[in-house]
Design a protein around this ligand. Structure first.
Ligand code: ARG
Length: 556
C-alpha cells in the first residue's frame, strides 16, 4: 500500500521515489488517515505555501479502489485506505506467507559479516558479552530476514600477556580436578593469585614469550584452557539458542604480520616512537595508535586490522558489523581509520554497533555486584529457577514440562528485558521485573502468544475463505498494526535497532489483548473472520519474537 501511495505522489511531484518514501509519515491519530505526506519541503520549488500545495495536490490525485480518500489537512496530504481491502490483503498475506511474513529481498546476494559475543578465554562470560550476544544475534536474524546472507562470527579473546600469568599460575598452584570441574573459576582464581604477587612477573613474561615462540608445553596448556573455557561458554550459547558460523580468535592473527606491516610501511603510515611502531591519527582527533610494541609483540588493534583484511578476502562482505560495548568506541574508530588510510575502500562498510551497560538496581555497574564478579551463567540459572517457582504456583506440570517452560520463559525474560531498550542506553538489569507476566516483558508476550494459540485450539473449524463483514475499531486497529510489521522490520534493520521490533510486538500484544477482552471470538457471528485475526496475530508475534531470538511456547 505504501508503494502505491509513493507512486501516486511521484506522478505529481518533482521528487525521487526514495525522498517521497522517507517523507511519508504515519499520522499520530488514525482518524487523520493511514499515511500523511508533509508539504513543507516543497514550498521552495513551488514558490507557494505548504497549505496551498497540499490542497492543490490532494485535488489532483484521484482515489482508487485501495485508497478511498485523499484530503489535505493543513500542510499535509492525508491518505485513507480502504479498510476492508487492507484487512483482506493483510490477513491473506500473513496466512499465506506464515514464517516469512515481514521478510524481504532487500539484501539479496549481499553478505554481512556479523561479529558478536567475542568472549575472552579463561575469563568469566561477562555481562557485556551477554549483551553483545543477544543484540548481535538479533541483528544477524534481522539481516537475514531482509535478505542478506549473514556470516556469524565469534571472535575469541585468546591471546595476550595474561596467558603467561595463567600458565605460571597453573604450573605453581593449579589443580587438574578443579580445572576440569569448574575451569573458569579456577583459572580466575589462579589469575588473581599471580597478579597479586609481583615476584611472579618475570616468570609470567617468560611463559608468554615461550607461548609466542610456540613452546610445546605452553601451547598445550593454552589449548587446554581454551577448550575448557569454550565448553563452559557453549552452555550459555545453548541456553540462549545462539549459534555461530565461524569461531575465530585473536591468536589466529598474531603471526604472519609481515604483509600487513609492509602494507602500512608502503603507505607511509608507520612511525617509530620509543622503539614501538605507531600510526599517528592525531590529525583525525584519534590519538596515536600503537601497532607493534618495542619487544615485537602485537596488540589488540594489530590483530583486528589483520582479521578485518582476512575477513574481506574470505567473504567479500557488503557490510561488517562489530557488536561490542560502547567503551571500545575509540578502538573501532582507530581501526576503521587505519583500514581506510591503508586504502581499503570497504572500510566505510564497517560498523561498530555499540551497547551500553547493565546497571544494578542501585544504578551501579552490575558486573561488580557486591564487589564480586558476576557470573552470567549464575544469573541465567537464577532466572530460570525464579521462572520455575512462578509457573509452579500457577499450574501443576510434570517435572520435565516445568523445566522446559521455565527455561523458555527465563530466557525470554532476559533477552526481551535487554532488547526492549535501545542498545546504546545503559539499562537496569532487574530480573524480577523482566520476569513479570504483566507489562512490557518477555513472559507477557509469550503469554499473549499462548493465549492466541489456545483460542485457535478451541476453534472448531479453520476459516477457509476470508469473508469480511463490517470491521469495528478494535479489529481495525489490530489489523493495521499487523500490516505495519514489514515496516517495523525494515526500520529495525536500517537503524540496527532490535528494540524497534520489541516495541512493535509489545504494542501488537496490547492491541490483541484489548481486542480479546472486549470481543467474542468463538461463537460470535464473525467467528471465521476473527479466527483469522487471531491466527495472524499469533503468527506475527512468533515472527517478531524469533527475530529477537526468542522461541515461543504453545501453552503457558
Ligand atoms: N574480546 C573482546 C573483549 O571482550 C571483544 C572483541 C571485540 N571484537 C573485536 N573485533 N575487537 O573486550
Amino acid at each position: 500500500m505504501k508503494d502505491k501511495i509513493v507512486s501516486l505522489l511521484k506522478k505529481s511531484l518533482p521528487l525521487e521515489k526514495k525522498e517521497i518514501e522517507s517523507l511519508l509519515e504515519v499520522p499520530p491519530n488514525s482518524e487523520l488517515g493511514d499515511y500523511a505526506f508533509p508539504c513543507f519541503s516543497l514550498a521552495k520549488t513551488f514558490k507557494k505555501n505548504p497549505v496551498e500545495i497540499a490542497k492543490e495536490i490532494s485535488l489532483k490525485i484521484s482515489s482508487s479502489k485501495e485508497i478511498e480518500k485523499i484530503v489535505s489537512v493543513g500542510p499535509y496530504i492525508n491518505f485513507h485506505l480502504n479498510k476492508k481491502l487492507l484487512a483482506q490483503n493483510t490477513l491473506n498475506d500473513i496466512l499465506k506467507q506464515k514464517d516469512k511474513y515481514g521478510s524481504s529481498t532487500f539484501g539479496k546476494n549481499k553478505v554481512i559479516v556479523a561479529e558478536y559475543s567475542s568472549t575472552n578465554i579463561a575469563k568469566p562470560f561477562g555481562i557485556g558479552h551477554l549483551r553483545s550476544t543477544i543484540i548481535g544475534n538479533s541483528i544477524a536474524n534481522i539481516s537475514k530476514f531482509v535478505g542478506f546472507k549473514p556470516i556469524k562470527i565469534n571472535y575469541l579473546g585468546d591471546w595476550g600477556t595474561q596467558f603467561g600469568k595463567l600458565i605460571t599460575g597453573y604450573k605453581r598452584f593449579g589443580d587438574e580436578k578443579k580445572l576440569k570441574n569448574d575451569p573458569i573459576n579456577h583459572l580466575l582464581e589462579l589469575y588473581i593469585k599471580v597478579n597479586a604477587s609481583s615476584e611472579l612477573d618475570s616468570e609470567s613474561r617468560e611463559w608468554f614469550r615461550k607461548l609466542e615462540e610456540g613452546n610445546k608445553e605452553a601451547l598445550q596448556l593454552w589449548k587446554k584452557f581454551k577448550e575448557l573455557s569454550l565448553k563452559e561458554f557453549d552452555k550459555i550459547y545453548n541456553l540462549l539458542g545462539v549459534k555461530f558460523d565461524v569461531i575465530s580468535s585473536e591468536s589466529l592473527y598474531n603471526k604472519k604480520m609481515g604483509v600487513m606491516m609492509s602494507e602500512l610501511q608502503n603507505k607511509r603510515l608507520l612511525k617509530e616512537s620509543e622503539g614501538a611502531e605507531v600510526v599517528d591519527l592525531e590529525e583525525y582527533g584519534l590519538g596515536v595508535c600503537i601497532i607493534k610494541k618495542s619487544d615485537g609483540t602485537t596488540l589488540y588493534v594489530t590483530r583486528d586490522i589483520a582479521a578485518a583484511i582476512d575477513r574481506y578476502k574470505k567473504y567479500k562482505f557488503n557490510k561488517m558489523f562489530y557488536e561490542v560495548g560502547a567503551e571500545q568506541k575509540l578502538h573501532f574508530r582507530q581501526l576503521f581509520k587505519i583500514l581506510e588510510l591503508m586504502g581499503h575502500s570497504w572500510a566505510k562498510d564497517c560498523v561498530h554497533i555499540d551497547h551500553g551497560l547493565y546497571l544494578d538496581n542501585d544504578g551501579k555497574k552490575l558486573s561488580t555486584r557486591k564487589g564480586k564478579t558476576v557470573f552470567m551463567s549464575d544469573i541465567i540459572n537464577e532466572t530460570i529457577d525464579l521462572a520455575k517457582e512462578e509457573i509452579g504456583k500457577r499450574e501443576k506440570l510434570s517435572k520435565q514440562e516445568l523445566e522446559r517452560r521455565a527455561k523458555t520463559i527465563g530466557i525470554a525474560a532476559i533477552i526481551y528485558g535487554d532488547l526492549k531498550t535501545h542498545r546504546s542506553s545503559d539499562m537496569v538489569f532487574d530480573i524480577e521485573r523482566f520476569l513479570s507476566f504483566e507489562g512490557n516483558t518477555g513472559p507477557y508476550l509469550l503469554y499473549t502468544y499462548a493465549r492466541a494459540k489456545s483460542i485457535l485450539r478451541k476453534a472448531k473449524s479453520k476459516p477457509k475463505k476470508l469473508s469480511l463483514s463490517i470491521i469495528d475499531t478494535k479489529e481495525k486497529n489490530l489489523i493495521s498494526k499487523l500490516s505495519a510489521f514489514p515496516q517495523a522490520v525494515e526500520s529495525a534493520y536500517s537503524h540496527l535497532a532490535p528494540n524497534l521490533i520489541a516495541n512493535y510486538v509489545y504494542e501488537l500484544a496490547q492491541l490483541f489483548n484489548e481486542f480479546y477482552h472486549s470481543e467474542k471470538v468463538i461463537g460470535s457471528d464473525k467467528e471465521s473472520f476473527r479466527i483469522s485475526i487471531v491466527e495472524s496475530t499469533a503468527q506475527v508475534i512468533k515472527n517478531a519474537l524469533s527475530l529477537l531470538g526468542i522461541p515461543v511456547i504453545e501453552k503457558m
